[in-house]
Design a protein around this ligand. Structure first.
Ligand code: 1GP
Length: 331
């Protein structure tokens, strides 16, 4: 199974996944292997490795250490063409589609493509969209591009659709590392209503609730980086273990438990609905927002009423924003 297929399976099985961004410059060598092992145990679905600018010379070493200590996929999230290595499972082959800098639309890709091909590295073509996060981030400055304004949902949707029509595999909505404001939930919602590509959301996500809101809005993957670094209370990470403890709590208490519980309820709900649909010809309309429990109540009520055909207002549960899954429900 390729890494891309693996990610799609996570999305299918659980509705959403969690990607931990590792900046090689921030790695504390001694404690890093234990941190990776614990992060894996806590349920990180994949590690992203990269940065807009890497000053240290430990890029390959970082990839290798993660591989040695985790079975989770290691995916390069390149800030430049120099961040290409055969020591990863895959690379996000980024096209910075929100910008109009030809270097980031095709120039760097042309330079990197033969190297990636020669290495046999899996490339996951990804439409990378910078969204205004309230401050100038490294990604914005280094790419010399303008982010999409936060309130321009139509512009974001049009870019996402272009990525889909071009044939890219994923979309990354990025507010930028350390952004003051993460990508607006409303934008994720709008993009995933119109575009069927799985959406990765990252930049400035600081709390489990914020992550959960992105998932509810339709994101398939959440990326965090800075929130882990900040928890160390020092500029250079003094205690990755302690930092990870925060991360573990973050996953267990606030993201993983409610997220997975709700997603499982939803998956059960979908599979039950599909099972029943052949008998009752139940039509599920995906058009209003609400709580999953409310939707389940409504559908149970409909089944009890033994209606041959009924319409049920369906909660706007994330993956159903995607047309492919919605079509599955309609089938
Ligand atoms: C940056 O989306 C990632 O490219 C993660 O951002 O560091 O703000 O979590 P943060």
């Amino acid at each position: 199974m390729t890494t891309h297929e693996h990610l799609l399976q996570i999305k299918r099985d659980r509705g959403a996944g969690y990607l931990l961004l590792v900046d090689p410059d921030k790695v504390e060598k001694v404690k890093f292997p234990a941190f990776i092992r614990e992060a894996t145990t806590a349920g990180v679905d994949a590690f992203l490795v990269g940065g807009s600018l890497i000053l240290s010379n430990v890029f390959n070493e970082t990839l290798k250490t993660i591989k040695e200590n985790s079975k989770a996929p290691v995916i390069i999230f390149p800030g430049s063409v120099s961040q290409v290595s055969p020591d990863a499972d895959a690379i996000l082959f980024l096209l910075l589609i929100s910008g109009r800098n030809p270097d980031h639309l095709i120039g760097n890709q042309v330079i990197a493509a033969p190297i990636i091909k020669r290495m046999g590295l899996e490339a996951i073509s990804t439409g990378y969209m910078l969204i205004d996060g309230g401050n100038v981030t490294s990604a914005e400055f280094m790419s010399n591009t303008k982010p999409i304004p936060r309130d321009k949902l139509d512009i974001a949707v049009a870019h996402a659709l272009a990525a889909e029509l071009i044939g890219l595999k994923m979309l990354y909505l990025e507010a930028g590392s350390g952004a003051k404001q993460s990508v607006p939930d409303e934008m994720i919602k709008k993009v995933t209503q119109y575009c069927s590509l799985p959406v990765i959301a990252g930049g400035g996500i600081c709390s489990p609730e914020e992550a959960w809101n992105k998932i509810k809005a339709g994101a398939s993957f959440i990326v965090t980086g800075t929130v882990i670094e900040q928890n160390s209370n020092t500029r250079i990470i003094k205690s990755l273990h302690r930092q990870f403890t925060n991360h573990k709590n973050y996953r267990r208490k606030s993201l993983m438990t409610p997220l997975h519980a709700t997603v499982q309820s939803r998956d059960q709900f979908i599979s039950d609905s599909l099972k029943e649909s052949s008998e009752t010809k139940l039509q599920i309309l995906h058009r209003c927002s609400g709580e999953i429990s409310k939707a389940i109540d409504l559908i149970i009520h409909a089944f009890k009423a033994k209606k041959k055909s009924c319409c049920v207002g369906m909660a706007a549960v994330p993956p159903m924003h995607n047309t492919s899954q919605r079509n599955l429900l309609f089938a």
